[in-house]
Design a protein around this ligand. Structure first.
Ligand SMILES: Nc1ncnc2c1ncn2[C@@H]1O[C@H](COP(=O)(O)OP(=O)(O)OP(=O)(O)O)[C@@H](O)[C@H]1O
Ligand SMILES: O=C(O)c1ccc[n+]([C@@H]2O[C@H](COP(=O)([O-])O)[C@@H](O)[C@H]2O)c1
Length: 202
């Protein structure tokens, strides 16, 4: 594997938590620990995005977001990576196609909070994402039942695995998705920015 790219071996189950991480916070760390345990993952990679295609304002510089993420998340099975910037992608569908080609035989799972399930049908080629990798959705404060009835959730309702089968998600052939209820942590990057504890300017 090229320098700067995380290592993985065929057969491993790896969760991909894409995010702006602008900045990272305890909510990200919490859903990562839950995903490791409940989906039975070997590792989680935080894909620090060059910039969410649906967000008008650009995030803080990558190096600063990575450094902040490393302060928040110390775990032997979590890797924080700028792989999207390295491969030149920011659309998840393209990222997943590239990562799957780079890591044959690895079982990847796309991870996201419930707020993203609500807007998922606005993502570029969202059906292709669901048809490419299993998706694990983690509950988020303020985003409950309505999200589970969002356009994407309804369109793929018959491919939903019950939480009791969460540990089989990573090796389940796509499309497959699973919604996990978990203890909620009410924190967001927007709150941290609004409190003036993080600034986007370089
Ligand atoms: N407190 C939380 N509980 C559950 N999921 C979360 C939480 N915070 C973030 N996530 C999820 O983590 C991923 C990355 O989130 P992101 O970096 O956008 O943080 P954010 O707090 O949502 O940021 P912002 O407030 O700027 O939109 C997303 O899938 C998001 O749903
Ligand atoms: O591919 C898309 O169209 C797309 C649209 C919105 C969000 N995403 C990805 O979703 C992840 C979460 O984004 P964010 O900003 O909510 O942290 C991050 O990896 C984004 O690149 C991807």
């Amino acid at each position: 594997m090229r320098a700067g790219f995380p290592r993985a071996v065929a057969g491993q189950r790896i969760g991909l938590l894409g995010g702006s991480f602008d900045p990272a916070h305890e909510g990200h760390a919490h859903i990562t620990r839950q995903a490791l345990k409940r989906f039975g993952l070997d590792a989680v990679w935080w894909l620090v995005s060059p910039g969410n295609p649906l967000k008008a304002e650009g995030p803080a510089p990558m190096a600063r977001r990575i450094a902040a993420a490393q302060r928040v998340m110390h775990h032997p099975r979590v890797t924080i990576t700028d792989i999207e910037a390295r491969i030149g992608t920011r659309y998840t569908a393209e990222t997943l196609a590239r990562i799957k080609a780079l890591y044959p035989g690895v079982h990847f799972v796309w991870l996201m909070g419930a707020d993203n399930l609500a807007s998922f049908h606005r993502w570029d080629r969202w059906q292709s994402i669901l048809d490419t990798v299993p998706v694990g959705v983690l509950a988020r404060p303020g985003h409950g039942i309505a999200q589970r009835q969002s356009s994407a959730a309804l369109a793929y309702a018959r491919h939903r695995l019950p939480a009791a089968r969460a540990r089989s998600l990573a090796t389940h052939p796509p499309p497959a998705w699973c919604y996990l209820n978990l203890p909620l942590i009410d924190i967001s990057s927007s709150q941290i920015r609004a409190r003036g504890q993080w600034h986007r300017a370089p």
